[in-house]
Design a protein around this ligand. Structure first.
Ligand code: GDP
Length: 369
């Protein structure tokens, strides 16, 4: 009693309150572990028993230590991003911490992008976005961790580029990094017993090391939390409804100015100025998109939120944050992005307004397609 308990796997201090922090153990598992004098945190437990890696959240201090260690390592950095949510995948300050280490950029969730989209074009587009974030990747890979598509190609690219280096896999939470690591573990039969955990110096964070076929290791770093993601503003049920699981089928709307599109009750698009034009919407295929006149839009939303306009559903609508507007003058063909939800491709020479809950990013970027 009184002495803090530590996980015998990774050494993190055991706690039962914060599922996303290191050392989390459900109370029932803790009681059982105490009986057997063997307390593992949930993360190590899953890793040992199910070969499954669970991400944990980071404090700012831990985040800084993590980046510092990456800077000081001699490593190939495999930077995993969600193609569907590039902005939500950006690790703040990463470019200042990579040092001379090469970066291999991995665009995950390829399975949900329209099949018609040329992959070479998508790679160029990803490279441009990385350049804007101050990164110069040596290579770009596209894959789907979920369907295991092209994961073997990534392993070949890693071997090609790592030379005499360790490999650090980095990414913010929700980009699919754990899913990817689990696929890599699965493809390397027998690697299970060889997984080791060790500590990032001066932090409570553990890293997971997968031995490569020489003296080097592939290091899975803890997922960094990016608060601008839609995932943080929707309940689990609603998030599921707006997260694409299948390839997106683009929908084209011919709009006059002063028309509005509602994206369920979660977001809104106003076409405020310009000639009659085509706008292409990329969202979860079943998300209900409702067209109305701009002058009626506020009223309509107040009446129909949780009714015609879902999600959110009626039971949750009172807790749903108000939508905040963002105005843009579009001078070249662009995507108006609702971070984590999707985007609308907007022609040049138009004025548009995007609405989303406060905290969810709404921005304009060079058109992907
Ligand atoms: P992490 O936080 O980066 O470790 O992300 P997870 O591996 O936990 O994945 C976050 C979410 O993205 C989960 O709902 C996954 O099912 C989903 N996901 C991961 N990889 C893919 C993928 O390749 N395609 C799709 N469509 N979803 C994915």
């Amino acid at each position: 009693d009184g002495e803090p308990l530590h996980c015998i796997g990774c050494g993190a201090e055991i706690q039962t309150t914060d599922k996303t922090a290191p050392g989390y153990t459900p109370q029932s598992a803790l009681d059982k572990g105490l009986e057997n004098q063997e307390v593992y945190c949930q993360r190590c437990f899953r890793l040992r028993h199910y070969n499954e890696i669970v991400p944990v959240g980071l404090t700012d201090d831990d985040f800084l230590s993590l980046l510092t260690q990456i800077r000081d390592a001699n490593a190939l950095i495999v930077y995993v991003v969600d193609i569907f949510d590039f902005n939500g995948s950006v690790i703040p300050g990463l470019h200042r911490f990579v040092g001379d280490n090469p970066i291999l950029l991995v665009g995950n969730k390829e399975d949900i992008l329209p099949r018609s989209l040329k992959r070479s074009k998508l790679k160029d587009w990803l490279r441009q976005r990385a350049n804007e974030a101050g990164l110069r990747p040596i290579d770009v890979a596209l894959l789907s961790a979920k369907t295991n598509q092209s994961v073997d190609d990534l392993l070949k690219l890693i071997d090609k580029h790592r030379g005499n280096r360790d490999v650090y896999v980095v990414g913010v939470t929700n980009v699919g990094k754990s899913t990817l690591i689990n696929q890599i573990v699965r493809q390397n039969t027998g690697v299970k017993d060889l997984i080791t955990t060790s500590r990032f110096p001066g932090t409570t964070l553990d890293k997971i090391e997968l031995p490569l076929d020489d003296d080097h290791v592939l290091v899975d770093t803890p997922g960094i939390i990016q608060n601008a993601q839609m995932a943080h503003y929707l309940t689990g049920k609603d998030l599921k409804l707006v997260t694409p699981q299948k390839p997106i089928k683009p929908k084209v709307y011919q709009l006059q100015d002063n028309q509005t599109l509602f994206l369920g009750g979660i977001a809104r698009f106003d076409y405020t100025k310009g000639p009659k034009s085509g706008f292409t919407a990329y969202f979860e295929n079943n998300l209900y998109i409702h067209r109305t006149k701009l002058e009626n839009a506020d009223d309509f939303y107040a009446r129909q939120l949780g009714e015609l306009l879902t999600p959110p559903h009626a039971a949750d609508k009172d807790d749903f944050p108000a939508l905040v507007s963002h105005d843009f003058k579009v001078t070249e063909k662009s995507d108006l992005v609702f971070e984590g939800l999707g985007w609308i491709t907007v022609p040049a020479g138009t004025h548009v307004t995007g609405w989303a809950p406060a905290g969810v990013g709404v921005l304009v970027r060079r058109a992907m397609i």
